[in-house]
Ligand binder design. Structure first.
Ligand code: GLY
Length: 382
């Protein structure tokens, strides 16, 4: 067990301990340090969690799916913070984050694929989200490398992307420059930490530290590279269905194309031939030219999933418990700015922004009931 003591801020700010140095933990630490806290970050392998393999889609519209209205609102709130967050991080570090605002195309390869995609974007349009349906000709005017077989699709102009590896490195640098101290040690018991505020941002490791239901959800993902010296054949993020197989393609200016990802209720990180085959097949069905690219990486990561697929954001166990910023599942990169801002505010001022209300830990770990009366009913006035 680690016993750590966080330090007092130079300006007398509170001591904050942040457990976990993935994008979420780093961004929380950075924001807390900028606000005057003395921050210590704990992680034996910083930047090695789900963020290390993530594609980096900032997709408030494509990820607005049936039954997740509150999460859709949080994704939109975070997307609106992304431009200023990226600019501030670049100004603090000089780093190019690979933040791109070209937009996203959602496509269907077959008539069945298109029917399914259209059903979702109809729902998204009913929510007032920006979706522009395109005919095949319009689609190919946007993205000439799409297969001629693609039956149709839509433009989502506000769904953007950032390179998670560049983001994580920049957040680490910005946090260090703001005064965050990093301790490369695993925290196994929160009781051993002495800080004014503890923030648990430990991804899948959050379950063991807090008892909250955060489970690993495996994702296998590939990285292709365009022929040397050339940009990828696609400019937009392309996501869609190819004969029922969901796939996304995320092009980077440096020639990389990320192809993702499986969603598997498993906790291993093996890369399997079948998954690679399915992802490559779906990718090349949509953009045939990708078959000429080099396959440079095949990896698997573990998303921190929760029972309702939404993150856990807030204070655990009443007024004295640690803060939790975990369980971001498919949305860790997209939700980084809003999580960092709101959790830092909660850590330093005690104010819980109403945006956090649907995501508090209590929905999984209700506050303990008051003392029971003789007939077994609760007697406290809470
Ligand atoms: N954010 C996309 C994924 O989790 O695969």
């Amino acid at each position: 067990m680690l016993t750590g003591t966080a330090r007092s801020g130079a300006g007398g700010g509170p001591e904050v301990a942040v457990i976990g140095a993935g994008p979420i933990g780093l961004a929380v630490a950075w924001r807390c340090a900028l606000a005057g806290a003395a921050v210590t970050g704990y992680d034996p392998t910083p930047g090695s969690g789900a963020g290390a393999v993530a594609a980096g889609m900032v997709a408030p519209v494509a990820e607005a799916i049936f039954g997740e209205r509150e999460l859709t609102g949080l994704l939109a709130a975070s997307a609106s913070r992304w431009p200023a967050f990226a600019a501030e991080l670049t100004a603090a570090t000089g780093a190019d984050l690979g933040y791109r605002t070209d937009g996203t195309l959602v496509v269907g390869l077959t008539a069945d694929d298109l029917t399914e995609a259209r059903r979702l974007w109809t729902y998204q349009r009913e929510l007032g989200l920006p979706v522009t349906p395109l005919r095949p000709t319009g689609l190919r005017e946007c993205e000439p490398a799409l297969a001629t077989r693609v039956r149709g699709g839509a433009l989502l102009p506000t769904d953007h992307q950032v390179d998670p590896r560049r983001l994580t490195a920049a957040l680490r640098r910005a946090a260090e420059r703001a005064g965050v101290r990093f301790v490369p040690t695993a925290v196994t018991d929160l009781a051993g930490l002495r800080a004014d505020v503890t923030v648990v941002a430990a991804g899948c490791g959050t379950a063991a530290l807090t008892g909250l239901p955060v489970r690993p959800v495996k994702g296998q993902i590939l990285r292709l590279r365009a022929p040397a010296g050339t940009a990828p054949a696609i400019r937009y993020v392309v996501r869609g269905l190819a004969d029922g197989e969901p796939v996304y393609l995320v092009p980077r200016r440096d020639g990389e194309v990320v192809v993702g990802a499986t969603v598997e209720e498993r906790s291993d990180t093996e890369v399997t031939a079948g998954a690679v085959q399915r992802l490559l097949r779906a990718a090349t069905d949509l953009v045939p030219e990708l078959a000429e690219y080099r396959l440079v990486e095949a990896t698997a990561g573990l998303r921190p999933g929760t029972p309702d697929n939404a993150p856990i954001l807030g204070r655990l166990a009443g007024r004295s418990g640690p803060l939790v910023a975990a369980g971001h599942h498919r949305h860790g990169i997209a939700l980084t700015p809003v999580t960092a801002d709101l959790i830092a505010e909660l850590a330093l001022t005690g104010r819980a922004d109403p945006l956090l209300d649907p995501f508090t830990p209590d929905r999984f770990a209700p506050s303990p009931p008051g003392p029971a009366g003789p007939d077994g009913t609760e007697v406290s006035g809470r």
